[in-house]
Every structure is written in structure tokens, then in C-alpha cells.
Design a protein. Structure first.
Length: 169
């Protein structure tokens, strides 16, 4: 099995050499089976990794969901506490409103009391005027003393009443 060289520099091959070359160059079915098995094992590994990533992602989603659930429940509790505080503030404002209503009633009572005192003063002044007009003109100094006394008493009464209302004494 010799190779022959011709003058035009061409190499000639015999059939056996060609068969050996073809057998060594073209892979056999065992080669393809080994390659397919290797590819299949790589695909299996990739699928296993994909499934692992999926399961880890599901676990991560569960953890994130649980954290959000905890956060939501914590926020709900805080909002409930804020709502309770607002209710307490509303109750306090209602109490303040009641106190203002009581103060308004007291001022109304004080106004009525002043009206009564004014009526009493008017009646007292009318009595004094009637006595003056009725015949006590000869004793004018005495009448003026009574009138002065009445006015002083009224002023002291008003001052005492105002002091009492303002709780000065």
C-alpha cells in the first residue's frame, strides 16, 4: 500500500487508507450516543437547577408574603392605636364642650342674677323716690344719707358679687 506520486504532485490513496481515514474522521454512533448522554445529563442538571431556583423563589415569595403580612398587621395595630387615641381626644373635646356649656349656663345665671339685682335696685330706688316724694322733703339730709348708704351698699354688693363670680374671695 504505497502511495504513488505522480508528476503532477497528486497523492493517490487506496481503499483501505480511505476507509481508515473515514472511520477516524466521521464519528461512530457510540460517539453520538456518548455525546447525547452527556447532553441529556447536562439538560437534567439544568432542569434540576431550574426546579431548585423555582422552589427557592417560591420560598422567597412565601417569606416576602409573610413579612408583608406581618407589616400589614403591625400597621393595622398602629392604626387601631391611633384610632383609639383619636377617640380619646374626641371624648376630651366632648368633655371640654360640656364644660363650656356649663360655663355658658353659669353666665346665663349670672346675667339673670344681675337682672334681678338691677330690678331690686330699681325697686329700692323707686321706694326711696316715693318716700322722698311722699313728704320727707323737710329732712333732705337724712334722705341723702340713706340714698348714699343704698348706693354704697349696692356698689359693695356688686363688687362682692363680681368678686364671688370671679372667685377673688
Amino acid at each position: 500500500m504505497e502511495e504513488r506520486r505522480e508528476d503532477n504532485n497528486e497523492v493517490s490513496l487506496d481503499k483501505k487508507t480511505i476507509d481508515v481515514l473515514v472511520a477516524n474522521i466521521i464519528p461512530t454512533s457510540k460517539y453520538f450516543e456518548a455525546r447525547f448522554d452527556h447532553l441529556q445529563s447536562q439538560i437534567d442538571i439544568i432542569w434540576k437547577d431550574v426546579n431548585d431556583v423555582k422552589s427557592e423563589l417560591k420560598e422567597f415569595e412565601k417569606r416576602v408574603d409573610s413579612r408583608f403580612t406581618e407589616l400589614k398587621s403591625d400597621m393595622d395595630k398602629r392604626f387601631e392605636q391611633v384610632d383609639k387615641r383619636f377617640e380619646e381626644v374626641n371624648k376630651r373635646f366632648e368633655q371640654v364642650d360640656k364644660r363650656f356649656e356649663q360655663i355658658d349656663k353659669r353666665f346665663e345665671q349670672i346675667d339673670k342674677r344681675f337682672e334681678q339685682i338691677e330690678l331690686k335696685f330699681d325697686k329700692l330706688i323707686e321706694r326711696i323716690d316715693t318716700k322722698i316724694d311722699a313728704g320727707m322733703r323737710e329732712n333732705r339730709n337724712f334722705t341723702l344719707k340713706l340714698f348714699t348708704f343704698a348706693m354704697t351698699f349696692s356698689a359693695i354688693s356688686i363688687i362682692a358679687l363680681i368678686g364671688r363670680v370671679l372667685r377673688l374671695f
